[in-house]
Design a protein around this ligand. Structure first.
Ligand SMILES: Cc1cc2nc3c(=O)[nH]c(=O)nc-3n(C[C@H](O)[C@H](O)[C@H](O)COP(=O)(O)O)c2cc1C
Length: 196
C-alpha cells in the first residue's frame, strides 16, 4: 500500500498554526473500507453548527450521505468526471446548501459566505478527528435538487468528500500525480492589501 506520506502534505507555513490547519489538505485517495462513526459525523456537523453567521441566521443546510446508501449514489452520480472517478471511495459525501432566501421571502446576501465558514469549521474539526476532506464545486446541482426535493430557497453550493486517507496507487495516473503535486500558496504580502 502506497499511502501518500502525510508529512509531505503538511503546509509549509510562514507562521505557526494549529495542527489541523497545518495537516489539512485535500486528498483524492480514500480508504474504500473505512467508515466514519456516527458520533464523529455528529461532531463534525456540530462544528459547522457553531460557525458564526450574519444575524446568526445559520443558513447552512447539509445532506449527509454515507457510502453504499442510495443518497450517496445520487450525490456521486451528480459529480463531474474526475471527481466521480475518485470520490466513490470517500466514506461520506456531504452536500453543502445555502438557504439564500429567508422564510419571509427576503434575500440573504451572506448565506453562501456563512455556509463557507460552516464548512471550514467542519473541515478543521474533521482533520482533528483524524479524517480528511476534499471540497468540490465540480458537480451538477439540478439532479441533486430534484432527487432530494429541495426548495428553491436552497442553493446547492458545494460537496465535501470525507474519509480516511487511502492508497494513492489505486488512483488513475493523472490523479496520482496531482496527489503528490507541491502545495502552493500566494505570499501573504500579495493578499494583504493594506496593513498599517
Ligand atoms: C469551493 C471549492 C471547490 C472545489 N472544487 C474542486 C473540484 O471540483 N475538484 C477537486 O478535485 N478539487 C476541488 N477543490 C479543492 C481545491 O482544488 C483545493 O482545496 C485547492 O487546490 C487547495 O488544495 P488543498 O485543499 O490540498 O490545500 C475545491 C475547493 C473548494 C474550496
Amino acid at each position: 500500500m502506497t499511502l501518500t506520506e502525510p508529512t509531505s502534505r503538511r503546509a509549509a507555513t510562514d507562521a505557526p498554526l494549529i495542527t489541523p490547519l497545518v495537516e489539512r489538505w485535500s486528498p483524492r485517495a480514500y480508504d474504500p473500507a473505512a467508515e466514519v462513526h456516527p458520533d464523529v459525523i455528529r461532531t463534525i456537523l456540530e462544528a459547522a453548527r457553531w460557525a458564526p453567521s450574519a444575524n446568526n441566521a445559520q443558513p447552512w443546510r447539509f445532506i449527509v450521505a454515507r457510502r453504499r446508501t442510495p443518497a450517496f449514489a445520487t450525490v456521486h452520480d451528480a459529480l463531474s468526471g474526475w471527481n466521480r472517478a475518485w470520490a466513490d471511495s470517500a466514506a461520506l459525501l456531504i452536500v453543502n446548501l445555502a438557504e439564500v432566501v429567508d422564510p419571509d421571502g427576503r434575500a440573504r446576501p451572506w448565506a453562501r459566505y456563512d455556509l463557507g465558514q460552516a464548512v471550514a469549521h467542519l473541515t478543521v474539526q474533521a482533520q482533528h478527528e483524524g479524517l480528511h476532506t476534499h471540497q468540490m464545486g465540480g458537480f451538477d446541482a439540478a439532479p441533486i435538487s430534484e432527487a432530494f426535493g429541495l426548495d428553491t430557497s436552497l442553493d446547492v453550493v458545494s460537496i465535501t468528500a470525507i474519509g480516511v486517507l487511502g492508497d494513492a496507487a489505486a488512483l488513475p495516473a493523472t490523479l496520482r500525480e496531482r496527489e503528490s503535486a507541491p502545495r502552493l500558496r500566494k505570499p501573504l504580502q500579495e493578499l494583504v492589501l493594506v496593513a498599517e
